[in-house]
Design a protein around this ligand. Structure first.
Ligand code: ADP
Ligand code: MG
Length: 260
């Protein structure tokens, strides 16, 4: 199943925001989508507001049987096409620095059980925690591609260098090359400093940097505050933001089909 890990080494840069925007775009387009909430802070789960479940992604990482997996997935009221593999604080207990490969393969094993459990998705989005611990590594291992989010600030290039190096190092170690895309978020189009940082990112990372970048938009915060998909909001800002997420969805899905 096409799986995208949305990651960054820092918190607060927009991983969950982009996960939710892509989920909104995919569901709007009728693509059966699963959001796997790997972040112990569970912000994606809170926003997607699924019904109660008996288990969570933390349970499934420890016990990847199909029955447990099914009891950790619930539908989101956002759309009939959207499910959530729900997050939990306890997921942190799977984040210890353990280099043994069987741990890194856990999420892949879990997601690999979806078809046998009767769940076929056109897209799986993994919202990662803000670090490069076991959880993010397991998401990179399970994913067909990584979308790395950054803000266009002074530390963006150095932070992104570490993130890209980590994805490459993992790809080499497990012989699993993965396409990487870098998405600048919270860009202020009129900020000279932001434009300078984006040019810098382009010089260092070339084609890894997507043409799409996300502006700072109040509509994004309104949608999150109301726990609603951006595609359901009215107004010019919401409409333009929803279209940007549609465009991003086409780009990331195009990347998968390019690999197959
Ligand atoms: N493009 C944007 N425009 C406006 N607010 C944003 C944007 N991207 C993120 N935010 C806000 O920034 C905060 C952090 O974003 P979040 O997606 O939770 O980051 P992360 O998941 O990387 O920790 C949230 O309050 C979110 O609403
Ligand atoms: Mg988050």
């Amino acid at each position: 199943m096409p799986t995208l890990a949305i990651a960054s080494l820092k918190g607060g840069v927009g991983k969950t925001t982009v996960t939710l925007g892509l989920a909104s775009a995919a569901a709007h387009a009728g693509v059966p989508t699963l959001v796997a909430d790997l972040d112990p802070q569970c912000n994606a789960t809170t926003a997607l507001d699924p019904g109660e479940t008996e288990a969570s992604i933390a349970t499934v990482l420890g016990d990847p049987r199909s029955s447990t997996l099914l009891s950790a997935i619930a539908a989101s009221p956002w759309s009939e096409h959207l499910d959530v593999l729900v997050g939990a604080e306890e997921t942190e207990s799977h984040n210890h620095p353990d280099p043994r490969s069987y741990r890194v393969g856990r999420l892949e094993r879990v997601l690999g059980r979806l078809p046998a459990a009767g769940r076929e998705y056109g897209l799986v989005l993994v919202d990662c925690p803000p670090s490069l611990g076991q959880l993010t590594r397991s998401a990179l291992f399970a994913a067909d591609g990584a979308l790395l989010i950054t803000e266009p600030t002074m530390f963006a290039v150095s932070g992104m260098r570490r993130a890209v190096a980590a994805v490459h190092e993992q790809a080499q170690r497990y012989r699993k090359p993965r396409p990487i895309s870098i998405l600048p978020n919270r860009v202020k189009p009129r900020s000279v400093e932001h434009q300078f940082r984006i040019t810098e990112l382009r010089e260092v990372f070339g084609d890894l940097l997507l043409d799409t970048s996300f502006p700072e938009r109040t509509a994004i915060q309104q949608a999150q505050g109301a726990c609603r998909p951006i595609h359901a909001l009215r107004g010019k800002g919401a409409k333009e933001t929803a279209e940007l997420f549609d465009q991003l969805l086409r780009q990331v899905r195009g990347q998968f089909s390019g690999r197959r």
